[in-house]
Design a binder for this molecule. Structure first.
Ligand SMILES: [Fe+2]
Ligand SMILES: [Fe+2]
Length: 322
């Protein structure tokens, strides 16, 4: 039994939808969907119709695209109403959401020599508050600061926060709620896997292509959550830059599929599905080798970085052999 993760399916793209249809069943495994399944209520419904029969359990958190108000109707759902409608659909399919008690992945006792004890999974919906910006840019100037470089996220026009005053206010409320629940869920030393569409730390935005888009990527309020709570791993998406990074010894997994131009059709969607637990042997060795260092590596498709990763793993294997 495995715990797997994938995000940013963007099934509004026919190519991505077709790929999802071709995904092989894994009836013993759990699947985490870390946001941006699509843009409409129907996108989520179709994706869950396809996925839920293939996995033992599916866990969902919303991404910014899921919350967009572009459903084909005269009065598309907005803000909190859109979110609650998506939660209702998940419940129809028995899928866990940030509104449910945190599920416990039952663990893997015998899986070809690998095993892992049970772990609590915390699906989170935290949003962003423009705080991923330089200190000398004031909050009220943030959007125009990004606009000066021609950067503006579609959320500005499509992600309504109603009834909350702003997306920042909605974010603060979500952060507060999640803090209380995480404290309770880990009060007796339970290990937890956090799942949130947006990265929990600004320093995970390592790619230059993000630049001022950082405003729409998370909140500084969660900077220390990987140390504050008893965290096994943090799962996120949104950046469309799949890979693994370590911060203070904690594994951060960006698990995006992305748009058709961002993934390799020849390798298929399976190649983008990330195994979270049991911890892949390769990652255990890699993390041990780099103890104390914050380092990133990326998926096979991402050429030079992947080579670096391969070399590092080979170096560890060489050392182990000696
Ligand atoms: Fe996305
Ligand atoms: Fe996103």
């Amino acid at each position: 039994m495995k715990l797997l993760a994938l995000s940013d399916l963007h099934v509004g793209s026919a190519i991505n939808m077709r790929a999802l249809k071709g995904l092989s069943p894994r009836p013993e495994d759990w699947l985490i969907l870390a946001g941006d399944v699509g843009e409409t209520v129907q996108h989520l419904r179709t994706a869950l119709e396809l996925l839920t029969p293939k996995f033992a359990q599916v866990i969902w958190v919303p991404g910014n695209h899921d919350l967009w108000s572009i459903d084909p109707s005269d009065r598309p759902l907005r803000g909190e109403d859109k979110y609650r409608r998506l939660v209702e659909i998940c419940r129809e399919f028995g899928v866990f959401t940030p509104e449910d008690p945190y599920p416990v992945w039952p663990g893997s006792l015998d899986n070809g020599g690998e095993n892992h004890p049970p772990v609590v999974i915390a699906p989170l919906f935290l949003l962003y508050d423009y705080s991923f910006r330089p200190d000398d840019v004031a909050g009220e100037d943030a959007v125009s600061w990004a606009g000066a470089e021609g950067i503006r996220c579609g959320d500005e026009d499509l992600l309504d926060s109603v009834p909350h005053k702003s997306r920042q206010d909605w974010c603060s409320l979500r952060v507060q709620l999640a803090e209380q629940r995480l404290e309770a869920a880990t009060a007796n030393g339970e290990r937890v896997i956090m799942v949130n569409h947006w990265p929990l730390r600004e320093d995970l935005l390592t790619a230059r292509k993000i630049e001022r888009f950082s405003l729409w990527c998370g909140t500084k309020q969660t900077e220390d959550w990987h140390q504050r709570f008893n965290v096994e791993a943090v799962i996120y998406g949104h950046l469309h830059l799949p890979g693994t990074q370590f911060r203070d010894g904690v594994r951060f997994e960006e698990v995006s599929l992305g748009y058709p131009t961002e993934w390799d059709g020849a390798l298929g969607i399976e190649a983008r599905m990330r195994q979270i637990l049991p911890v892949p042997v390769e990652q255990t060795r890699f993390a041990a080798h780099l103890e104390g260092a914050d380092t990133a590596f990326s998926d096979e498709q991402r050429g030079p970085v992947a080579d670096e990763r391969r070399e590092a793993v080979e170096a560890v294997e060489h050392e182990t052999a000696e």
